[in-house]
Design a protein around this ligand. Structure first.
Ligand code: PLI
Length: 440
């Protein structure tokens, strides 16, 4: 528990950036679901079976078999976390002047694409940029947008389509099976591979089971395997779906590309049979993947997110709809309709929420979007959101109630903040370390 005075002081010291608050000053931590989930007894038991050989650990082979079994990919290159895999993939596939189409950007993913010299082009459906649109698969690719990019640049300048399922920045929104099937057809026509950001693909599979015709009787496990079968490989942050605190991987079906990746991973991550993870970490991830595809687990996990979202909707609070897989996203524009985007409404809202109750959330708006690498100008995303992210197997319904009550307090407070001014802006992925002062 914290007092208002403690929180005011902690927030000032953190430059009004929730990433810079110490966790001991946080009451309920909804910053992220990344690496914050609780491991099970089965996973902890696996930690005791760590084979810490430098080369050829048996835990690596177990992980490789597990990824093959559930995701279906042929080659497994382990990395320390998701962005390690994004780095390797970008470096082995992308050259300056290339173009990478994707269904909305993710911060680290786009960073690595741009770092390798590519331009990112958003090909998600328009509904994804509208927090009120009720489309059941707001992560879908707009096939016309994708085809226009394919026609303009062709296979020589498009190393792959970057397909995220679910789409984090759109509000944890899924991609339908029908859409990935159509995307596969189109990419085959233009000979462009599809690389899946598989970070929350199990959550995506659950939404397909719940919402798409013909899938209600299939297991999450089977749906996941079918979905991945339309893609050529994937990057994974083990810190989300796979229920571990650290780890990731790059998976590829193409033998030549996998050989390149295995060569590059030794430079940045570690030998190709551990890639920055210890044996025990790989064992915990293999077991986490097994648990993550259980229908009951997914129902409980997403059910908890929906519980919080439905409570907020009942109270008339503006959130992104439909409710996403890993988080509830507050629509900061509708909290502060008079605040200009340059005054950082979502960053301000995250600060207000922390001040009210010690609940920590994350900005997903103009600060996260960063600047255009060519012009240096700010991106102005349509979505200006605060993410209440739910770690897996950590919090109770009571924590969701306290969070909802605090959001209601902030929403109904007649004294509206004036916004923030950015006083320190780091060069890369500025949202992590930027500092602000309050206006007015
Ligand atoms: O945080 P990493 O490096 O293990 O993974 C990067 C990453 C890649 N793709 C997607 C969709 C992510 O959500 C992601 C990381 N997400 C974080 C840290 C989050 O808070 O959402």
């Amino acid at each position: 528990m914290t007092t208002p005075e403690m929180r005011r002081s902690a927030l000032e010291q953190a430059g009004y950036n929730t990433f810079l608050i110490r966790s001991e000053d946080v009451y309920i931590d909804l910053l992220t679901d990344s690496g914050t989930s609780a491991m099970s007894d089965y996973q902890w038991a696996g930690m005791m079976l760590g084979d810490e050989a430098y080369a050829g650990s048996r835990n690596y082979y177990n992980l490789e078999n597990t990824v093959r079994k559930y995701y279906g990919y042929k080659h497994l290159i382990p990395t320390h976390q998701g962005r390690g895999a994004e780095h390797i993939l970008s470096q082995i596939s992308t050259k300056p002047g290339d173009v990478v189409p994707g269904n909305m950007y993710f911060t680290t993913t786009r960073y690595h694409q741009e770092h390798a010299g590519a331009k990112f082009v958003d090909v998600i459906i328009d509904e994804a940029h509208d927090p009120t649109a009720l489309h059941p698969f707001k992560g879908n690719v707009n096939l016309n947008k994708l085809e226009a990019v394919c026609k303009e640049y062709g296979k020589d300048r498009i190393p792959y389509l970057s397909l995220a399922a679910t789409v984090n920045m759109a509000g944890g929104q899924p991609v339908s099976m029908e859409n990935v099937r159509q995307v596969r057809k189109l990419c085959d026509k233009y000979e462009i591979p599809i690389m899946l950001d598989a970070t929350r693909a199990v959550e995506n599979a659950y939404f397909i089971q719940q919402r798409e015709e013909g899938y209600s009787h299939k297991s999450v496990e089977d749906i996941l395997k079918e979905f991945c079968s339309y893609t050529d490989g994937g990057t994974m942050s083990g810190k989300k779906d796979p229920l571990v605190n650290i780890g990731g991987w790059l998976s590829l079906n193409d033998d030549g590309l996998a050989e390149k990746a295995r060569n590059m991973v030794v430079v940045y991550e570690g030998l190709h049979t551990y890639g920055g993870m210890s044996g025990r970490d790989m064992e915990a991830m293999a077991r986490g993947i097994e648990e993550s595809v259980e229908d009951d687990h997914m129902r409980a996990r997403i059910g908890q997110v929906e519980y919080l979202g439905e409570l907020l909707l009942e109270w008339g609070i503006p959130i992104v709809q439909p409710i996403g897989g890993h988080a509830v996203y507050l629509d900061a524009r509708r909290f502060y309709p008079d605040m200009a985007q340059d005054q950082f409404p979502a960053q301000t809202l995250a600060a207000e929420l922390y001040l009210d109750s010690g609940v920590r959330a994350m900005e997903r708006g103009i600060v996260s979007a960063g600047r255009d690498v060519v012009t240096g100008k700010n991106h102005y995303p349509k979505l200006e959101l605060v993410r209440l992210t739910i770690p897996r197997r950590v919090y109770t319904q009571a924590h969701m109630d306290v969070t909802a009550e605090s959001v209601l307090n902030v929403y109904s407070n007649p004294k509206k903040p004036k916004g923030l001014q950015m006083v320190y802006e780091p060069e890369y992925l500025r949202f992590f370390q930027a500092r602000f002062t309050p206006l007015g």
